[in-house]
Write a protein that binds this ligand. Structure first.
Ligand SMILES: Nc1ncnc2c1ncn2[C@@H]1O[C@H](COP(=O)(O)OP(=O)(O)O)[C@@H](O)[C@H]1O
Ligand SMILES: [Mg+2]
Length: 366
């Protein structure tokens, strides 16, 4: 388990000699064996959070627990050194030694750190870590002769070799090419699950966050603004920022005109009325945005037109991407983006009817 409470950290920026608040009091808990991701744009404080947990940075305020042990507390003046926090860490830059071969790199924490063990044990543990990361047979390969993916695996093997309970990963796949990244996403998640590791993963890549994580926290400007499972974050974003950061989203401005018993609310928009899923704490008269994903808008025919949530629009743009048609349709003064099956025929300039699935219309603050 990793638990963080009220963590604050600021840096003095050199150019303006003023303080930058990298973390503004963040709290979260990664449960035992959970794969948890901090997701956010560059500069939002992800690396700082990870470095505080590892013990490379001293926060000004807050507490950090690793496996029920309080390793940092500003209040109680506790600060357990990096070497005694029992973590496996993989950095974005890999940080593997260029003058060493694969075996030596992976053996490093066992040969020098506080996890030092006998030669025989080193051999066994390294072989096991190489096997786990599919590097068996490459023991003697010098580090400069490894591909990007292999270097990444060496960094992972080295993080795992002393069998830590907790794994911290800072954008470990961002230097790999697209195909390899896709394979490694699955591989890293599987490894973490197989070894029953509590894993904190940091990335700015929404696809990595969605495909790998049990739970995700979306960060912005040193704060966590939404936490949930990948599905919850994608389907039920609570802000425009989260909706836009994770996937493609349409936003339609409107005003709430009714709040119903069935968990829906009615929103008046420029081109009609929409029934939407109702979040807590909204009332009649609120100026809001209706958010809907492109895959939740369907094209309907006049004869099979559903009762509600149908808007008429004009086809402005159609892009064939292989698995779908990515379309933009002008509805009143907004442009809606929708994804349509590639077998459908959509002609530019034609009028069409769009059905916006009510349960998929989310109300978020303007
Ligand atoms: N050592 C440092 N000195 C000064 N500013 C820093 C330092 N480390 C991070 N920052 C600043 O803190 C903020 C958060 O940085 P970081 O945690 O690296 O973000 P992320 O990993 O999400 O891209 C940024 O504004 C960054 O410029
Ligand atoms: Mg970073």
């Amino acid at each position: 388990m990793i638990k963080i409470q009220g963590l604050k950290k600021s840096f003095l920026s050199q150019e303006q000699s003023r303080s930058v608040q990298a973390l503004r009091g963040i709290s979260f808990e990664v449960k035992d064996d959970e794969f948890y991701t901090l997701l956010g744009p560059s500069g939002c404080g992800k690396t700082t959070a990870l470095r505080c947990i590892a013990g490379f940075e001293n926060p000004e305020e807050g507490e950090i627990w690793i496996d029920d042990r309080l390793v940092y507390s500003s209040y109680k003046k506790i600060n357990v050194p990096v070497t005694q926090r029992d973590l496996g860490i993989v950095f974005q830059s890999y940080a593997i030694w260029p003058h060493m071969n694969v075996f030596q790199n992976v053996a490093f924490p066992l040969a020098y750190g506080q996890h030092r063990v006998s030669r025989q044990k080193i051999r066994e543990r390294v072989q096991q870590a190489l096997k786990l990361t599919q590097l068996d047979g490459l023991d003697n390969r010098p580090a400069p002769y490894l591909s990007g993916g292999q270097q990444q695996r060496v960094a992972l093997a080295r993080a795992l070799v002393h069998e830590p309970r907790v794994l911290l990963l800072d954008e470990p796949l961002s230097n790999l090419d697209a195909n390899l990244r896709e394979d490694m996403r699955l591989e890293v998640r599987e490894l973490s699950k197989r070894l029953k590791m509590t894993t904190l993963y940091v990335t700015h890549d929404q696809l990595e966050a969605l495909t790998m994580s049990d739970r995700v926290s979306v960060m912005k400007d040193g704060q966590i603004i939404q936490e949930g499972t990948a599905l919850e974050i994608y389907k039920m974003p609570t802000s425009r920022f989260v909706a836009k950061f994770i996937g493609i989203a349409n936003f339609i401005p409107g005003r709430i005109t009714a709040v119903m018993e069935n968990g829906q609310a009615e929103v008046k928009i420029a081109s009609g009325t929409l029934h939407c899923a109702k979040p807590e704490n909204v009332s009649v008269g609120d100026e809001v945005l209706v958010m809907i994903r492109p895959e939740d808008i369907t094209v309907c025919l006049p004869e099979t037109r559903p009762d509600g949530n149908v808007l008429e629009g004009n086809i402005e743009k159609v892009v064939f991407t292989g698995e779908m048609l990515d379309c933009r349709v002008k509805v009143s003064d907004s442009i809606l983006r929708l994804h349509v099956h590639p077998n459908k025929i959509l002609e530019l300039g034609k009028n069409i009817l769009l059905h916006l699935i009510p349960q998929r219309c989310r109300i978020i603050p303007r």
